[in-house]
Design a protein around this ligand. Structure first.
Ligand SMILES: NC(=O)c1ccc[n+]([C@@H]2O[C@H](COP(=O)([O-])OP(=O)(O)OC[C@H]3O[C@@H](n4cnc5c(N)ncnc54)[C@H](O)[C@@H]3O)[C@@H](O)[C@H]2O)c1
Length: 277
């Protein structure tokens, strides 16, 4: 790795670092030399070892819930004691409705529960806002920093409900719900706001727009999804076109590093071409 991408000695916070993408991103940041603090609501030593293997001893997993400001303040104090003021923040934690969600979650839009809307917006929008406040301030005070907010293709365009037609064809009532999309689109302007607000203090803020990650989805879903992805990579994902979590590691290292030092208020789209169609 050239010096341009080095994260040597930088303290980088990853929310939701136990997750599918967060885990792989955390390992890539460690490889690039960063001191990584993972924020999770329920840290567990055995889980940390299982997730990160040999790298586990280098990672600080700190308890906090992104919806609870006091827990974030406590996490900030703990992280600063270990690694000093943060250089980077990756707002990765989020809630989505998994394919096996309750019927109320994935029913018609007209019946989408208010409580689900609140829960998703709380973590995905308010949680990001609060992490920016709590971890961004010490970056601004130090006169440098990089914030990345993880958005989604479904925050740029509506979910294509046709992708899920196969479920309705077999008698289920299934619609990809609304709150996730609304919460992710909120991040684009939150990102621009922060880029403008903290630009004079040397803090950069960018979003990333990611497409779906392969996770043994239903073969009929994969068949439909593949038609939405122009990119084919021989021997890798030729059968479905979905991303692997590792596809998102390089962009995160880039955005945390000096290689992206003139980039702020931007969105980095990493989607196999989904939004090009
Ligand atoms: N997986 C995909 O296909 C995909 C596609 C596009 C964008 N994304 C985005 O990428 C990011 C990571 O997705 P993923 O699939 O790896 O998610 P995941 O569900 O595997 O992991 C999410 C993590 O966030 C943590 N978390 C949840 N609520 C929290 C809270 N209140 N406070 C702190 N941590 C909390 C969870 O414990 C978990 O470790 C998300 O922002 C997601 O929206 C994912």
């Amino acid at each position: 790795m050239s010096n341009l991408f080095s994260l040597d000695g930088r303290c980088i916070i990853v929310t939701g670092g136990y997750g599918q993408i967060g885990r792989v991103v955390t390992l890539a940041l460690i490889d690039a030399g960063a001191n990584v603090a993972v924020i999770e609501p329920r840290p567990d030593d055995a889980v940390t070892r299982a997730k990160f293997g040999d790298a586990a001893s280098k990672i600080a997993v700190v308890q906090a819930d992104v919806t609870q400001r006091a827990s974030l303040e406590a996490a900030r104090a703990e992280i600063e004691k270990l690694f000093g003021a943060p250089h980077g923040l990756i707002n990765n934690a989020a809630l989505d409705s998994p394919p096996d969600s309750s019927a109320a979650e994935t029913g018609p839009f007209e019946d989408y529960p208010e409580s689900s809307w609140d829960k998703v917006m709380d973590v995905n929008a308010k949680g990001v806002f609060q992490c920016c406040q709590v971890f961004g301030k010490p970056m601004a005070d130090a006169g440098r920093g990089s914030i990345v907010n993880v958005a989604s293709i479904y925050g740029s365009v509506s979910p294509d409900q046709g992708l899920y037609q196969y479920r309705r064809d077999r008698g289920e009532v299934f619609f990809k719900p609304v709150a996730y999309s609304a919460s992710k689109s909120a991040l684009y302007n939150l990102t621009r706001y922060i880029a403008a607000y903290w630009g004079p203090k040397g803090v950069r803020a960018n979003s990333v727009t990611f497409a779906g990650v392969f996770n043994n989805q239903d073969p009929l879903f994969l068949q439909n999804y593949q038609k939405k992805i122009p990119l084919r990579r021989a021997g890798k994902d030729a059968l479905h076109g979905m991303a692997e979590a590792s596809d998102y590691a390089g962009p995160m290292v880039f955005l945390m590093s000096d290689a992206s030092s003139y980039m702020t208020g931007a969105d980095l789209r990493v989607d196999g071409g989904f939004l090009a169609l």
